[in-house]
Write a protein that binds this ligand. Structure first.
Ligand code: SAM
Length: 426
């Protein structure tokens, strides 16, 4: 039986949240604060329930018609129904809500001033395919399903990336029954990666024939071999005195060039690492490192991904930057630093969604002598970790929100913490 709920706010995953008279809290994806909606119950616990939106009875002023024709089925974007001009502010309020216990004034959570497009921006994507008698279905998984929604045009992708991904359809006869394709663009040309596809001669030949001015390389990995046709690496986000990052589709890179540039600048300013010893955990291929290393005495980095570390080492060598890049587990390194009572002046962390965890956060609070810059993509785990850092003697001096992925509820947050007496805000 359908329920009628008034939506009061947004949860950290971007779903609307409302309460019924009996006190039951409802989470309804695809809804906005202020809306009155009908929802079909999908899951019910003692204190909360999740429902599927069936009807918007009263719409919020921020509701718009999704620009993408498959928005209701495709799981690639979950905020196509939100006015693009208001998405960043909604994200800021989600972050302020999650951090309320630590940062009581919601206005102290700032929105980065970056003007980027809300469509045609996304330079990195992971699409899935199903290859059957009916042909190749290529696209993203459906919202909370593992079924591939065939996407022939995706309005959030960079045009050259979309062009490159669509060309994979021509490889159908060489592809397995299912798999994924990873794509990365430098703003002009794209490289694709096909994991699980053995680089045998026929598929290599077919892949080679697909290359053109916008699709400059395809990497095939399968049967313990990795072969690239055309170009395999790209250079991202250089300029303004910043060395371009070396990247390829198998390693992490941020999805939005304009917002990433602003975030990298912000992190370097927040770290205030001139002449200091910096530890950077979860460094990836060095997106933040290249900015920190411009003025730091030295940056020691760690990432569990060997390929990312390799790209960062190559960058450091080519640019002559003071970087020591290692691969390994960040929690293990933090534990061993604490055991040896070893500290760094500044520590920068950029973990995946799971965050640091309470134990590692407690270790970090002991390892960071002066300052921590925490880059997070999950406000809930961020709030948990910040509590531990604050209890460990660090003070939050800045929280800035970056809308890295418009049309989705994804958010990047950069928090600056310092040890010692209060200082003036930047
Ligand atoms: C959000 S990405 C950030 C990368 C980089 N800072 C950037 O801006 O491109 C998170 C990184 O953490 C790494 N990672 C995940 N778990 C890890 C762990 N337990 N120890 C070390 N690195 C880890 C991943 O390989 C990935 O490169």
């Amino acid at each position: 039986m359908s329920v009628r709920v008034r939506i009061r706010g947004l949860a950290h995953g971007g779903e609307g949240v409302g309460q019924q008279d009996d006190g039951l809290t409802w989470f309804v994806p695809g809804t906005l604060p202020g809306e009155l909606v009908d929802a079909e119950p999908e899951r019910r616990k003692a204190r909360w329930a999740r429902g599927r939106l069936t009807q918007v009875v009263e719409a919020a002023p921020d509701r718009v018609t999704p620009p993408c024709p498959v928005a209701d089925r495709c799981g690639g974007c979950d905020w196509q129904h939100v006015d693009p001009a208001r998405q960043a502010e909604h994200k800021r309020m989600i972050v302020a809500g999650e951090l309320r216990a630590l940062v009581p004034d919601p206005q102290a959570v700032r929105l980065a001033a970056v003007a980027g497009p809300s469509l045609g921006y996304r330079r990195r994507a992971r699409m899935h395919y199903e290859n059957g008698p009916g042909g190749l279905r290529l696209g993203f998984f459906g919202g909370r399903s593992r079924e591939v929604v065939d996407v022939t045009a995706c309005p959030v992708l960079r045009p050259e990336l979309e062009h490159a991904l669509q060309r994979v359809r021509r490889l159908a006869e060489h592809l397995p029954a299912q798999g994924e394709v990873l794509g990365l663009s430098d703003g002009q040309r794209a490289v694709l990666a096909l994991p699980g596809v053995r680089p045998d001669e026929p598929v290599l030949e077919a892949a080679h024939a697909l290359l053109d001015q916008r699709l400059c390389g395809i990497v095939l990995r399968g049967g313990r071999r990795s072969v690239a046709v055309g170009q395999h690496e790209l250079r991202l986000d250089g300029g303004d005195g910043l060395a371009p990052m070396r990247a390829h589709p198998f390693v992490f890179s941020q999805a939005n060039a304009a917002v990433n540039r602003a975030m990298v600048r912000h992190v370097a300013l927040a770290a205030r690492s001139d002449g200091l010893r910096v530890l950077e955990l979860y460094a990836g291929a060095g997106n933040l490192t290249r900015a920190l290393a411009r003025t730091a005495k030295r940056v020691w980095t760690l990432d569990e991904d060997r390929e990312a570390k390799g790209l960062l080492r190559a960058l450091a060598e080519a640019e002559g930057l003071p970087i020591n890049a290692k691969h390994g587990s960040a929690p293990s390194l933090l534990a061993s630093l604490v055991a040896r009572d070893f500290r760094y002046d500044v520590v920068v962390v950029d973990p995946p969604r799971a965050g640091l965890g309470k134990e590692s956060a407690a270790h970090l609070a002991r390892v960071a002598e002066q300052r921590v810059v925490y880059v997070s993509c999950d406000p809930a785990t961020l709030a948990r970790d910040l509590r531990v850092l604050v209890d460990g003697g660090l003070r939050i001096t800045d929280v800035t929100v970056f809308d890295m992925m418009p049309m989705t509820a994804e958010v990047e947050v950069v928090v600056t913490l310092v040890r010692g007496p209060a200082e003036g805000r930047r």
